[in-house]
Design a protein around this ligand. Structure first.
Ligand code: NAP
Length: 188
C-alpha cells in the first residue's frame, strides 16, 4: 500500500491557473490513454483539498464527459475543508480538517490494502509529506507553461532528494515522471 500524489502539472510547476482553471490541461492528452486507468484501479481511498473538490462540483459536466459520471470516484474520499460543502448524489465523501496523520489512518483502514491517492492541491500533498506519509509523486508534465498559478508541491525537498523511478513520454504533449520519496533513515 502506497500513498501517492498523482497529478498533472505545467512545465513551470503549476497544477491549475490562479483562478483554478484546468482548460490548459485537456488538449494535452487523453485520460484514457494515460497511466490513469491502471493507476485508479489500484486506489482504495482518496484525499483532496477544498479547491480541488469544488472544481469537481463546478465542472460536473466536463467530468461526466471524461469519466462517465459527475462524481468520478467509487472509492471513499476525504475532503479537507473548514467549510460545509455540498455532496453529489452517490458520492462517498467525508469532510475533515486539521492534522493529516489521523486521517491517513482512517484512509488506510478503508482502503482494503490498496493505495491512497492524494489528489491535490500541492500544499495538501505537502502536508502528507511533512508527516512522513507520502511515498510517491507521479507527475504528468504538460508541454505548456502558465507563468503563475496553484503550485505543484510548495515544499523544499533537498536532502535526501527524490528518487526518479521512471520516465514515460506520452506524445509531444506530456511526459510522466515517477519519483519515490526517500525516507531520511534510508538515505544514510
Ligand atoms: N492538474 C491536476 O491534475 C490537478 C490535480 C489536483 C488538483 N488540481 C487543481 O489544482 C487546484 C488546487 O487548489 P489549491 O492549491 O487551492 O489546493 P486544495 O488542496 O485543492 O485546496 C486548498 C484548500 O483546502 C482546504 N485545506 C487544505 N488543507 C487543509 C487542512 N489540513 N484542514 C482543513 N482544510 C484544509 C482549505 O480550504 P478551506 O479552508 O477554504 O475549506 C484550503 O484553502 C484546484 O483548482 C484543483 O482543481 C489540478
Amino acid at each position: 500500500m502506497k500513498t501517492q500524489y498523482y497529478t498533472a502539472s505545467s512545465l513551470d510547476g503549476f497544477i491549475a491557473t490562479e483562478d483554478d482553471s484546468l482548460e490548459w490541461l485537456f488538449p494535452l492528452g487523453d485520460l484514457n490513454e494515460s497511466s490513469y486507468p491502471a493507476f485508479i484501479a489500484e486506489v482504495g481511498a482518496l484525499a483532496m483539498g477544498a479547491s480541488t473538490y469544488e472544481w469537481i462540483l463546478r465542472n460536473a459536466d466536463t467530468v461526466a464527459a471524461e469519466t462517465g459520471s459527475p462524481w468520478p470516484y467509487t472509492q471513499p474520499t476525504w475532503v479537507f475543508t473548514h467549510r460545509n460543502l455540498a455532496i453529489p448524489e452517490g458520492a462517498d465523501v467525508r469532510f475533515v480538517q486539521g492534522e493529516v496523520g489521523p486521517i491517513h489512518e482512517e484512509m488506510r483502514a478503508a482502503a482494503g490494502g490498496k493505495n491512497l491517492w492524494i489528489v491535490g492541491g500541492g500544499d495538501l500533498a505537502g502536508q502528507f509529506h511533512d508527516a512522513g506519509l507520502l511515498d510517491e509523486l507521479i507527475v504528468q508534465i504538460g508541454s505548456v507553461t502558465l507563468g503563475k498559478g496553484k503550485p505543484l508541491f510548495p515544499r523544499r525537498v533537498l536532502s535526501p532528494t527524490l528518487r526518479l523511478e521512471s520516465v514515460r513520454q506520452m506524445g509531444a504533449g506530456m511526459v510522466e515522471l515517477r519519483y519515490g520519496v526517500v525516507a531520511r533513515e534510508e538515505s544514510h
